[in-house]
Design a protein. Structure first.
Length: 304
């Protein structure tokens, strides 16, 4: 086949490929919009007059979250404000220009917080140990304080359905607790309210959407290649289940939304003598440096 014929063939294929990708992008956007909208409604995440701070790291999840929220904002039945915030942790080689350029092109108010948490993490965490725990705690404290100082009413994080399921299993396997990341979490002191608009969305849908939208992804290089993190073990297990048993993860997530305390064994949630439900314990949002806890690798990482 001549070069001219090859070129002509490629030109005829590319428009068809572009058409298919456009259709897939529209389908994914509608699905994510529907899921985010449903999560917001089910858990009363956003109300009229809210100032929502979207925490961006430059990863696929936070890009997708901001993109969908901006899209929903245009047609939402209530008026709310969106701002984007990124914490520049001064990691060597971090491309400082990427997020400002992207956010400027979006026309959204944004703030870049510069704090050298990288040096603190490298100093405090022994070589070979997991850095995620300390890194995420430092990041939380900085972002939560910023939110309070700027009148933010809701802090939006990019955790998705897979993150919630992974955290459930991590806590069961390594922490001896039946808990995960709730879609909405209020602090006892009233300072912060955390929301997770992607709580109903699958990671593989978000990843594909991010690829089709061509978000300028910035990888986190602080952790290096910590291949033995417990979260990665759980993630690999889920991927295997998803391939071998389609629908299993969906069923597992439905179980998280359909809890029956009388069929578990927590006496703080159910009075087995009287046969009635109790109020149970209440977990607060951490608003400052928490006490030292068992290191669960990526267990408490804010995937933002």
């Amino acid at each position: 086949m001549s070069e001219a014929m090859i070129a002509s063939s490629e030109q005829s294929i590319n428009p068809e490929r572009e058409r298919r990708q456009k259709l897939e992008l529209n389908k994914l956007q509608k699905r994510l919009r529907r899921e985010v909208g449903q999560a917001i409604a089910d858990f009363s995440m956003i109300e009229a007059g809210d100032k929502v701070m979207c925490c961006l790291s430059g990863g696929k999840d936070s890009y997708a979250m901001l993109d969908i929220l901006l899209n929903l904002q245009k047609s939402a039945p209530v008026s709310f404000e969106l701002i984007a915030v990124n914490l520049d942790q001064k990691q060597p080689g971090f491309p400082e220009e990427v997020l400002p350029e992207y956010l400027s092109s979006m026309g959204i108010e944004y703030h870049i917080i510069e704090k050298d948490t990288y040096s603190i993490v490298k100093e405090k965490v022994p070589e070979g140990k997991t850095t995620c725990g300390l890194c995420s705690r430092l990041r939380r404290g900085i972002l939560y304080n910023f939110a309070e100082e700027h009148g933010v009413t809701k802090i939006a994080l990019g955790h998705h359905r897979d993150d919630l399921l992974e955290t459930l299993f991590l806590n069961m396997f390594y922490g001896g607790k039946l808990k995960s990341m709730p879609p909405v979490l209020h602090s006892d002191d009233g300072r912060n309210t955390v929301i997770r608009p992607l709580a109903y969305s699958r990671e593989k849908d978000i990843a594909r959407y991010a690829g089709l939208r061509e978000f300028p992804i910035i990888p986190c290089n602080l952790c290096g290649s910590q291949e033995n993190l417990q979260r990665q073990v759980i993630k690999d297990m889920f991927q295997s289940w998803d391939k071998q048993h389609p629908g299993r993860l969906e069923t597992m997530f439905r179980a998280m939304c359909n809890v029956e305390p009388s069929h578990l064994a927590d006496t703080n949630l159910y009075d087995f003598k009287e046969g009635k439900r109790l109020g149970g314990k209440r977990q607060a949002v951490q608003t400052a440096e928490p006490e030292t806890a068992t290191d669960f690798g990526r267990l408490d990482v804010l995937n933002i």
